[in-house]
Design a protein around this ligand. Structure first.
Ligand code: NAD
Ligand code: DAU
Length: 348
């Protein structure tokens, strides 16, 4: 069994990645996570007792801890997901993003560089975002050769960490792959992001804050399809390469929120149109990127990956998951969540 380190495995995407790798029984997975507001061990209850899984609470910026882990465990690979991930938070607190996303990534790269004397069959996988490419107008798609043009503190920090990964590949021969993915959605999504926030608010008959005119476009991908792509790239990708991952599934925010309202009205038994009345147009996000859209044909042609779900089906599954996991939603929206929510969504 190959031993691998997954960082940020208690978060949204990380928990789906950990579950997939643990259940494959091909790996011993060490999950390192600081358990920030976004990390939650409830996301991993079904694998926490598995013999090929170990959780370690810790910070990727703690170089002493990271170096020790690399000495103690002979990691064959790293799948690095730990990050501050929310664009709005990066606008109000950029330093935290620089610390975790840039400094933390470099701490991990240093440890891998020093520990991996023999580089054969090792791999450092950085899980990154399509936001590094900036913003599209009405036409065109991001490809792997699109120039980096990050526009928010979050995307600038992810672009910087991508650059460091490539620089360690070039300078120290560190074997790496990078993937840049579009917007994920699905179970365990933290309710500060568009889809789970809307689900939470519709359930609680609270206003649905749509930024600006709701005309910004995102390309949505079901989180398990992302986890499947990560497994494929980790196992079959080529060192030094970048792979774009996306849903071929563009939606204007307002159309998506309307669709979600209709799905939820049907499931709750409301009269159609009830939840749409909760939509409230609020002040736009500063520097709001207009459109993201990924060309994932390289991943399709070279490794045979494509999304498995239609968006409507994925949304139905997601809504069902949130209905069936009320306790999870109650737990993550208690405590500090309300403080952030009140500060962020009032006085607009
Ligand atoms: P998330 O915010 O849900 O989870 C992040 C996890 O990282 C949490 O468990 C948190 O506790 C942990 N973490 C944060 N700081 C840490 C630190 N200093 N040390 C150790 N652990 C720390 O994020 P997500 O949405 O699951 O995103 C995971 C990764 O995928 C990120 O790198 C993000 O940039 C990237 N990504 C996300 C999306 C998306 O749509 N959510 C799309 C493309 C790429
Ligand atoms: O594209 C990949 C990125 O997708 C990831 O790298 C990020 O980690 C992830 O958070 C996500 O970033 P976005 O900013 O696109 O996601 P978010 O859910 O915050 O917003 C989606 C769109 O909805 C965006 O245009 C802003 C808008 N929005 C968001 C919120 C939270 C609203 O209109 N109202 C809201 O309340």
């Amino acid at each position: 069994m190959k031993k691998i380190l997954v960082t940020g495995g208690a978060g949204f995407i990380g928990s789906h990645v950990v579950r997939r790798f643990v259940k494959s029984r091909k790996y011993f997975v060490v999950n390192l996570d600081k358990l920030t507001y976004a990390g939650n061990l409830e996301n991993l209850l079904d694998v926490e007792k598995d013999a090929n899984y170990q959780f370690i609470k810790g910070d990727i910026c703690d170089s002493e801890l990271i170096n020790r882990l690399f000495e103690e465990h002979d990691f064959k690979g790293v799948i690095h997901l730990a990050a501050e991930s929310h664009v709005d938070r990066s606008i109000s607190n950029p330093m935290e993003f620089i610390q975790t996303n840039v400094v933390g990534t470099v701490c991990l790269l240093n440890a891998a560089k020093d520990a991996w004397k023999e580089k054969e069959s090792r791999r450092f996988y950085h899980v990154s975002t399509d936001e590094v490419y900036g913003s599209l107008r009405d036409k065109g798609l991001f490809t792997e050769t699109t120039a980096y043009d990050p526009k928010s503190p979050y995307s600038a920090s992810k672009a910087s960490s991508d650059h460091f990964v490539r620089a360690y590949g070039n300078t120290y021969n560190l074997p790496f792959v990078i993937s840049n993915c579009s917007n994920n959605y699905g179970p365990n999504h933290f309710p500060e992001k568009l889809i789970p926030l809307m689900i939470h608010n519709i359930r609680n008959k609270k206003p649905l804050p749509v930024y600006g005119k709701g005309e910004n476009v995102r390309d949505w991908l079901y989180v398990e399809d992302h986890a499947r792509a990560i497994e494929l790239i980790f196992e079959k990708g080529i060192n030094g390469e970048t792979y774009n991952i996306g849903g071929f599934n563009e939606w204007k925010n307002i159309d998506l929120v309307n669709l979600l309202c209709d799905i939820m009205d049907r499931k709750i038994g409301n009269q159609q149109g009830t939840s749409r009345k909760l939509i409230t147009f609020v002040k736009d996000r500063a520097g709001h990127d207009l459109r993201y859209a990924i060309d994932a044909s390289k991943l399709n042609e070279e490794l045979g990956w494509k999304p498995s779900l239609q968006f409507e089906e994925g949304l139905e599954r997601t809504v069902d998951w949130f209905f069936e996991n009320e306790q999870w939603l109650n737990d993550v929206t208690s405590g500090d969540y309300m403080k952030y929510y009140d500060e962020h969504y009032t006085n607009r």
